[in-house]
Design a protein around this ligand. Structure first.
Ligand SMILES: *Cc1c(COP(=O)(O)O)cnc(C)c1O
Length: 396
């Protein structure tokens, strides 16, 4: 057998143990959980851990106000409610985005207005937002996706000029610095997720960040009114807060390491990163590291087979999101124009799961090696391996 034969064709995987897991073993989390059991605090609704988490998140996010809640999706809904989105309002968002963001707008009876993304990094940009503004626009919802960084100075200025609210979804890049400010602090409301696969994880959970000024206080008051119905509708437990605390304390260092690792994956032919190169002003943050996949650089190998071949090597590549246009009808979502780049993102984005960016070392070095192995055999893989059903592997 040819030693270099890719695993998908029966060869030996480069990483036989598969990609590193998440969350990683961490003595600080173990200690936090043990302390909860010893004190019995694990069973409390409210307590010191939630307060400490709010303080730690405020400190790492420029002194903003923090509302903890049940999940990132819940946080997006609360942010929309917080900035006053109601039935009939329009909310502009990218035509390539987390599906639940559009669903959240619909759930409030408002209209998602989906615009095209930029061709170079597949992020929403100011020109597309400007062209979609109408008298009904209430808010612009931007997500930094797959390591990308939305041009927030420009989008912020545009929202201010138009008098519409800005919601910044930083679920995928907590700890990142975007044009000199912590991700999640550019908006009238910012959103974090503590979901099970996210860089900050408690299995579930999320947060709404609001500026510490009178406008932010009004948004926070609306959020509290909505969730406080004599009982908290969208709580984060003490147990969740306790495991998040050490992660928030480690966030800056981990973000730095992930950005350094990601920098080693730039320059692979046929895989153009969506993340900007780090600068003094911008340190990208990673949940998934996204790339523009160019099949022509891989002998025409379809994206689904590229991902399957890399996963067989023990490297966690998956297709990215489906474009919103393939998931929502034009009766529910207003699509502005043809959105060719959002469609391209839906068809050609591949994402690398983040844990390997933290472990680094041999796990990281295996990635370009695995990509080159797949490239060398791409023609044979395309000819002999059936295309997987992408609906089974798409990010949801
Ligand atoms: C993960 C994610 C969310 C929220 O997800 P939850 O699983 O509900 O915490 C929101 N937006 C984006 C872009 C995400 O990636």
């Amino acid at each position: 057998m040819n030693a270099d034969r890719p695993a998908i064709l029966g060869g030996v995987p480069l990483r036989p143990d598969g990609p590193p897991g998440w969350p990683p073993p961490d003595p600080a989390t173990d200690a936090a959980l043990r302390a909860l059991i010893e004190t019995g605090e694990w069973g409390r609704y409210h307590g010191p851990h939630g307060e400490a988490l709010r303080a730690a998140l405020a400190e790492t996010h420029g002194g903003c106000g923090v509302h903890l809640c049940a999940g990132g999706t819940a946080a997006v809904e609360l942010a929309l409610i917080g900035v006053g989105v109601t039935a009939g309002d329009e909310v502009i968002l990218a035509g390539y985005d987390f599906r639940a963001n559009a669903a959240n707008v619909l759930a409030l009876g408002a209209v998602p207005v989906a615009v095209d993304v930029r061709p170079d990094d597949w992020q929403i940009g100011p020109d597309a937002v400007r062209a979609a503004l109408t008298a009904k626009t209430k808010a612009v919802l931007v997500s930094h996706l797959h390591g990308g960084a939305v041009d927030l100075p420009a989008v912020r200025a545009l929202c201010d000029e138009a008098g519409v609210a800005l919601i910044e979804d930083a679920c995928q890049n907590p700890g990142a610095t975007v044009h000199g400010r912590p991700a999640g602090t550019w908006g009238d409301a910012g959103v974090l997720s503590f979901g099970g696969s996210k860089p900050l994880t408690a299995g579930r959970g999320g947060a709404v960040l609001v500026p510490s000024n009178p406008a932010g206080a009004r948004i926070a008051a609306r959020v509290r009114r909505h969730v406080g119905r004599g009982n908290d509708l969208s709580p984060l437990s003490e147990m969740q807060a306790a495991v998040l605390l050490p992660q928030v304390r480690a966030l800056a260092e981990r973000t730095r390491i992930r950005a350094e690792s990601a920098a080693t994956l730039r320059g692979i032919a046929g895989l153009t990163p969506l993340a900007p190169a780090a600068t003094a002003e911008t340190t990208p943050g990673f949940y998934k590291m996204g790339f523009q996949y160019d099949p022509a650089a891989f002998d025409g190998l379809p994206r689904g087979l590229f991902c399957a071949a890399l996963r067989a090597e023990g490297v966690a590549f998956d297709p990215g999101f489906a474009a919103l246009r393939s998931q929502f009808s034009g009766r529910r979502v207003r699509f502005v124009g043809d959105l060719p780049h959002a469609d391209a993102a839906g068809a050609r984005c591949v994402v690398l799961h983040h844990p390997v960016l933290l472990t680094g070392g041999a796990d990281l070095a295996a990635i370009p090696a695995a990509v080159e192995r797949v490239r060398a055999w791409a023609g044979e893989i395309a000819r002999t391996v059936p295309l997987p059903n992408e609906a089974d592997t798409l990010e949801l």
